[in-house]
Design a protein around this ligand. Structure first.
Ligand code: ACM
Ligand code: ZN
Length: 517
């Protein structure tokens, strides 16, 4: 591959839908003022912050609701202005001329998406931006990154850095995995013991005791939610049920099936990884009251429309023998074709209750693809993770789907090459694999493609201890996925992407990202 080849589209990643080079250079290397309408003050300030970070010069914001569109002053200026309905909330158009830059958007989100292009061009050109016209809009509405903060805790500053990087790549969703077998990271006002006990585990891989600990309080979450809001990123919190819940059982053993039979049953946050037999008891009404109160707090903290309730990898062994679960299955007559009690129907009922509890709080449930069944309301969203077939199955069953199959490029905990020295687990997923992924697989019934609302990359953190390691796993693969999620399919071209990446890598370096070479 010839990396020296002249890069296209100013090296923008993801590639824009439309880019036409024009004559000249707009030089904002000494700073310039940004003129924006009052409604878009936050977005203009974000662009100013990004440019000041990139160029270490001043980019003061001025308010002007009647921005004139002529670029005529002596100093170049950057005008942000509104455009009537054209191509949706994230649509934008950028005119770069020697006399200045005009960013037109329909909605505030479009300003941020356009700002990410301007910041990228300023960063790689050190403030000297080639004149061009860019028009851009997303292919998918949901363009996500999942961060597993349960297996490893990541600090607020690191999550903010990831939100900036997500926004700079035009992603718009952060799926925040807050609870699992290894930790319960969410501080609850009504149940402080859940995080006090559940967010600390002794890492048993070492002779010397090594505590892996950390939790998120109201102030931390408010800060992240606000940081994301300004970047037009929706946060989707995840509370895992009924499986992957051992860290909650550490403070509430009575919520397990075993705890019902044995009052002295003890759990601690797992320091092993995998799938564990002890899950939340579906026969205990206290479990549902507790989750209801958790959701009251989650919905007060997170304003977004979705809450993720997990639903994956819930072994049914304990439910088959637990007297309360058995009684629940008998009462509700959950039986299979042979007349035997059917714990799969109990799980369907459990997840249906989660969906109802969220609906009562004005939110939509999203869950891993195991939640899918005939009885689940179609307002729930399926996150297809096991394989591509699940994407098609969910879409054909009229569920909205977010595609993130582990078999195809969306599991960023996988190794990036086969080499034994390469970090990662459970598989290999190269940069090219990420680029070749398409969220719309074969086998979708006609008219059901629209059900695929988007896709995301998932970063599980079993093997990660530090943010720098997380960055290595994410980059540059997340750049490839961002292009898959944003850019019109017809414009995707791997050699062209690699040529642009040779420019884009300098931006990642300048942003202090530990990306894989
Ligand atoms: C998953 O990877 N268990 C969703
Ligand atoms: Zn039970």
């Amino acid at each position: 591959m010839n990396y020296k080849k002249k890069s296209r589209c100013g090296g923008l990643v993801p590639a824009p839908a439309f880019y036409r080079e024009r004559r000249g250079i707009c030089d904002i290397s000494h700073g310039c003022s940004i003129v924006a309408p009052f409604d878009w003050l936050d977005e203009a300030r974000l662009l100013s912050e990004w440019l000041e970070r990139a160029l270490i010069k001043g980019f003061p914001v001025e308010i002007d609701d009647e921005v004139s569109s002529s670029l005529s002053s002596r100093e170049p200026r950057l005008f942000i202005s509104k455009r009537g309905k054209v191509g949706g909330e994230e649509w934008h158009k950028i005119d770069i001329e020697p006399a200045g830059i005009r960013l037109l958007a329909e909605g505030a989100a479009g300003v941020v998406r356009g700002a990410s292009s301007i910041a990228q061009l300023a960063l790689s050109g050190k403030g000297r931006i080639p004149a061009a016209t860019i028009e851009d809009y997303p292919r998918f509405a949901w363009r996500g990154l999942m961060l597993d903060t349960a297996r490893s805790y990541f600090g607020i500053a690191f999550i903010e850095k990831m939100l900036d990087l997500a926004a700079l790549h035009k992603l718009n969703t952060l799926h925040w995995h807050l609870t699992d077998d290894q930790a319960w990271r969410l501080e609850l006002s009504f149940a402080p013991e859940a995080a006090e006990i559940g967010s600390r585990r002794l890492d048993g891989r070492y002779n010397l005791p090594l505590w892996r600990a950390g939790s998120y309080g109201v102030a931390d979450i408010a800060r992240i939610v606000e940081y994301a809001r300004i970047r037009h990123i929706t946060i989707v919190p995840e509370i895992e049920t009924p499986g992957h819940a051992v860290a909650l059982l550490a403070s509430h053993p009575e919520f397990s099936c075993a705890g019902a039979a044995d009052a002295d049953k003890v759990f601690k946050p797992e320091d092993r990884f995998g799938v564990f037999d002890d899950i939340l008891c579906a026969g205990n009404d206290d479990v549902f009251s507790f989750i209801g109160r958790v959701l009251d707090e989650v919905c007060a903290l997170f304003p977004g429309p979705y809450v993720h309730m997990g639903g994956d990898e819930a072994p049914k062994g304990k439910w088959r023998t637990c007297p309360r679960c058995v009684s629940r299955m008998e009462t509700l007559n959950f039986r299979d074709e042979k007349g035997e009690l059917d714990p799969e129907r109990l799980q369907a009922w459990f997840m249906g209750r989660m969906a109802d509890m969220l609906a009562a709080r004005g939110r939509r449930m999203i869950g891993w693809d195991e939640i899918m069944n005939e009885t689940l309301g179609r307002d729930s969203v399926v996150m297809a993770w096991r394989n591509e077939g699940r994407i098609a199955a969910a879409a054909n069953a009229s569920f909205d789907v977010v595609a993130c199959p582990q078999t195809k490029a969306c599991y960023l905990d996988h190794k990036q090459t086969e080499e034994p020295e390469e970090p990662g687990q459970l598989g290999v997923c190269t940069l090219e694999d990420c680029y070749a992924f398409d969220p719309v697989p074969q086998g979708i019934d006609p008219g059901q493609e629209e059900r695929i609302i988007g896709a995301q990359g998932n970063l599980w953190s079993e093997l990660l201890c530090f943010g720098r390691q997380a960055e290595y796993m994410l980059f540059p693969r997340l750049c490839a996925l961002a292009e898959v999620f944003w850019t019109p399919k017809a414009r995707r071209n791997y050699p062209d992407f690699l040529a642009r990446m040779s420019v884009h890598r300098r931006r990642l370096d300048a942003w202090g990202v530990n990306s894989r070479r």
